[in-house]
Ligand binder design. Structure first.
Ligand code: XMP
Length: 202
């Protein structure tokens, strides 16, 4: 008897970045970010005083961050921040606002903001601005995916980017559509039928 394919897989139109490519790139990114941070720490008068804080933006950066930090063999703290960027089911970003508390003790620390994707740049611009106001030792932005510069509504770029992708709505590896598909292990584009089915449920 043929087994029925679960909707999670059935809804995928095509895979843009497969799990092997993601794993290899995240491994390299972790090593690069850690090496840069270590160099910054070594420049401190007393390197033991230097502190590294990674700030993943929930919920999309969850899967990426979990893999990234395990490629960073150094002392670091994790402090999450939640940002609501596009209410409802729409694929279009409508601006960003902090939903909850941003860590307030970042002065003098080396901060790395981690996000799943740089698209319009509104989310990262808000978070970076609020962090910079606290006077950290440094602020870096690390994203898994980056859409073309023509998508930006803010003048912002990532210091580390895993993959440049076309201007298409993607899901998987932490990225969602309507809260779903975050557990799909690769970066993929949904079938149009899947998105319209979810929209008609609204
Ligand atoms: P902005 O536009 O502020 O986007 O740079 C940041 C947040 O918007 C979400 N986003 C996406 N989510 N597929 C997704 O699943 C996409 O193609 C996409 N583009 C933007 C995401 O949460 C990101 O952190």
């Amino acid at each position: 008897m043929a087994t029925k394919e679960p909707p999670l897989f059935r809804d995928i139109d095509r895979v843009l970045i497969d799990r092997e490519a993601i794993a290899a790139r995240v491994r390299a990114m972790g090593a690069e970010v850690a090496a840069d941070l270590q160099r910054a720490i070594d420049r401190h008068h007393d390197p033991a005083d230097a502190q590294v804080v990674l700030i993943p933006i929930l919920t999309g950066a969850l899967v990426f961050t979990a893999d990234l930090i395990r490629q960073m063999p150094m002392m670091l703290c994790l402090r999450v921040v939640a940002v609501s960027s596009y209410p409802g089911r729409s694929m279009a970003s409508k601006g960003a606002k902090i939903a909850g508390e941003l860590p307030q003790d970042l002065a003098g620390k080396h901060v790395v903001i981690v996000d799943d994707i740089l698209d319009t740049g509104q989310t990262l611009a808000v978070v970076k601005r609020l962090i910079q106001e606290q006077g950290p030792a440094s602020v870096r932005i690390c994203v898994l995916l980056r859409k073309p510069e023509s998508c930006r509504k803010e003048r912002i770029d990532a210091d580390y980017s895993g993959f440049d992708i076309p201007d298409e709505f993607v899901v998987g590896y932490g990225l969602d559509y309507d809260g779903f598909y975050r557990n799909y292990p690769q970066i993929a584009v949904l079938r149009a039928a899947a998105t319209s089915a979810l929209e008609s449920r609204a």
